[in-house]
Design a protein around this ligand. Sequence first.
Ligand SMILES: [Zn+2]
Length: 52
Amino acid sequence: MGMFKIMFCKHEYLLIRTIHGDEALYARSEWKCNKCGHNRYSQYLERKQGDA
Ligand SMILES: [Zn+2]
């Protein structure tokens, strides 16, 4: 899985975990694409943030 795959992947993010405590200052949930494995964080608990 290189940068190419990540760049052209139509990500399908799955919720990995919700974030609590000190970490929650920066993000509330962690998502991972089940196709390319790219991680992203969201400030929302139950949904990912935007679509970039
Ligand atoms: Zn992806």
